[in-house]
Design a protein. Structure first.
Length: 373
């Protein structure tokens, strides 16, 4: 070996050793990678510091854990998370109603009752104001122009009477422009009427046979069907630096007036099972769910009961009812592997404030993935 070859070989070995040493040094100096995780302690801290009570489901990399805090029924000292407690889902029900309609849409394909998101609702509501211009897709995306109509206090209404009440109010008052976004329970109550007419069965019957029984749910029902073995969580306000003030539950009368839009009761874990079933074929498949949540009539990210945020990477919904203090929130990744489901039955926070508290936990679950709103 001549001097030149020897020199080049020696130089290569030296360079290799220096590169290895540099790599080891950089690895030693680099900060350790910390796995993101929201813990039970994190949830308890948020609930305690903000005077909340409720049940929270954390979903992290496909694994779930439920954290319960405070009382579901303070008067009886019944804790959140007790086996017999169920929670009003409020507007988190709307995606279930939308899913049932898509199921029926698939079943009626290639029949005389075939319909789509573009079908005018005058087919089922020939005497309803603007029905010949409003589509099924408009109802599912809150772009029908129909306003919230209020309710008849202290009256228990059948599904049929609740729908008639809504149609009468629409025909007797002004409405917003068709195509503009206006969030209203009215849209989903009208969808209940369509489901009833297409199936010749009540919404309650369809809900039981399309959702509850196929999934084997034991804590999920409509408000008027809660069995005697279950108790609806009572809602409370945090007032005057005192917990469990102004107790109020969801009355059957109020629930009866919003079928399909806010009369479902469930638990965080069973609601998560529903979320999975909307994409795994048990209720809908992936294609069906995409259809439901990407309707052409949408003017915002809302479609079929959920907001699709961050380019469709996450989905969310918030729910509350009238004068009650419930606050429900779901935000999950599109694949359902990460996120949060919160059923709160005591709070003093606004919707935005509650979402902000949830966002802090979501950042621990998967940093930079979720939406604040």
């Amino acid at each position: 070996m001549n001097f030149k070859d020897f020199f080049l070989k020696k130089s290569a070995k030296t360079a290799g050793k220096l590169a290895l040493a540099a790599s080891l040094l950089l690895s030693a100096l680099a900060p350790a990678t910390v796995k993101a995780e929201a813990t039970k302690s994190d949830v308890n801290r948020v609930m305690r510091d903000n005077h909340l009570a409720g049940s929270v489901l954390l979903v992290q990399n496909g694994s779930v854990k439920t954290v319960n805090y405070g009382y579901a029924w303070f008067g009886r000292r019944m804790k959140n998370g007790s086996y017999n407690v169920t929670y009003p889902a409020a507007s988190l029900q709307k995606v279930v109603t939308g899913a049932m309609l898509v199921q029926i849409m698939n079943e009626k394909n290639h029949t005389k009752q075939q319909f789509s998101q573009y079908t005018k609702i005058s087919r089922w509501y020939p005497k309803l104001k603007n029905a010949r211009y409003v589509t099924v897709g408009n109802l599912l995306t809150h772009t029908s122009g129909y306003r919230e109509v209020g309710s008849e206090s202290n009256q228990n209404l059948s599904e049929d009477k609740a729908i008639n009440w809504v149609t009468q109010k629409i025909n007797g008052s002004w409405q917003y422009q068709i195509g503009s976004f206006n969030y209203s329970d009215t849209n989903y109550i009208l969808l209940v009427g369509i489901i009833r007419k297409l199936t010749d069965h009540s919404y309650a019957y369809n809900f039981k046979h399309r959702i509850v029984q196929p999934l084997g749910l034991t804590s999920t029902s409509l408000r008027h069907d809660i069995p005697w073995t279950r108790s609806q969580a009572v809602s409370y306000a945090y007032l005057w630096q005192r917990k469990y003030q102004r107790p109020v539950s969801l009355p059957k009368s109020v629930a009866s007036q919003i079928p399909g839009a806010g009369n479902m009761c469930t638990t965080p874990i069973e609601y998560y099972e529903i979320m999975l079933a909307l994409q795994n074929g048990a209720i809908l498949n992936q294609s069906d769910f995409k259809y439901l949540t990407h309707l052409k009539a949408r003017k915002t990210t809302y479609s079929g009961g959920m907001y699709m945020k961050r380019g469709g990477k996450v989905k969310s919904a918030f729910g509350t009812i009238g004068d009650e203090h419930y606050g429900n929130y779901v935000q999950l990744t599109a694949d359902n592997r990460n996120g949060i489901i919160m059923f709160v039955n005591e709070r003093s926070q606004t919707e935005q404030q509650l979402k902000g508290l949830a966002f802090g936990l979501l950042q621990k679950i998967q940093l930079g993935t979720f939406s604040l709103n």
